[in-house]
Design a protein around this ligand. Sequence first.
Ligand code: KG4
Ligand code: ZN
Length: 334
Amino acid sequence: MLAIESSCDETSASVCADGIILSNIIANQSIHEKYGGVVPELASRAHMQHIVLVVDQALKKAGIELSDLNAIGFTQSPGLIGSLLVGAQFAKSLAVSLDIPLIGVHHMQAHVLANLIEKKSPQFPFLCLTVSGGHTQIVQCNSPLDLEVIGETIDDAAGEAFDKSAKILGLPYPGGPLIDKYAQTGNPKRFKFPEPQIPGLNFSFSGLKTSILYFLQEQKKNNDSFVDENLNDICASIQSRIISILLNKFRKAALENGISELCIAGGVSANSGLRKEFVQMGIDQKWNTYIPSFEYCTDNAGMIAITAYYKYLASDFTSLNSTVSARSEMNQVQ
Ligand code: KG4
Ligand code: ZN
């Protein structure tokens, strides 16, 4: 099976055989850096430039020919509409020309199922904290195709909280990895940012961004170079608060649902502080914790391939008349 991911600013292709990922090629788009965020029109054009090369490399690395393929998976939703269309049209054309089934995949389901790629994978039912640039969800996964969102953000996503905080600090996009880098040598207890009191298993991150903004405005009144002089401690303090918001809710979800198999997924699961504290939470509570390797955390076609594989086993195919969707309802494409 070949799978294609093109929902945002990574063009990726992966070949999977019987649930084993044979290749996972990812082309990043650096063009967005100078704009401080992803520019949708530029993203679609870059996908068109990259897609043939990326698919070709994925096939070569897997050591197979197009004629060996049995199905084509692609990201159907959610994402940037123009970007999704590039991958969808490419997948449809291949499916028609090779006369093989087409399988549309939900990007957020795929982030969760990235945890099934590794040899050491969670037992069902498990809970997954999916933390990406556009979403923050706690998902109960009863089987590969039976997922239920039991908590989510009511405003910004965790990745946005990282990226917007980084922007306030004058760091380039995407700021998440940079905050992670500076935080490693900073003191996370130096500055206290508030933890929102949101009922149930939902999250909120917009207040954090505002409190960082006001805090920095106040500090800069007395010292113009406050950010430069304290960057590591500021980053460590911001990161530590984002992590505590995420893990406090995840711990609550596990206790309330009596589930001790826990995973994290999505771009923010590449964060070194979150990975460390998540594993520590597992040790403290005697829960089993799982984290995809880095290449399957941020957007990648390997996770689309593994999801398409389970859909293939269930003969859950997608019509050539289907369309892509920017929206994210989990049951929309299942
Ligand atoms: O899952 P992903 O690649 O794309 C979406 O589906 O949104 O996630 C991208 C997000 C961005 O907000 C980026 O800043 C964040 O993941 N991210 C990180 C790290 N690596 C990526 N955030 C914090 N620490 C990191 N190391
Ligand atoms: Zn993603």
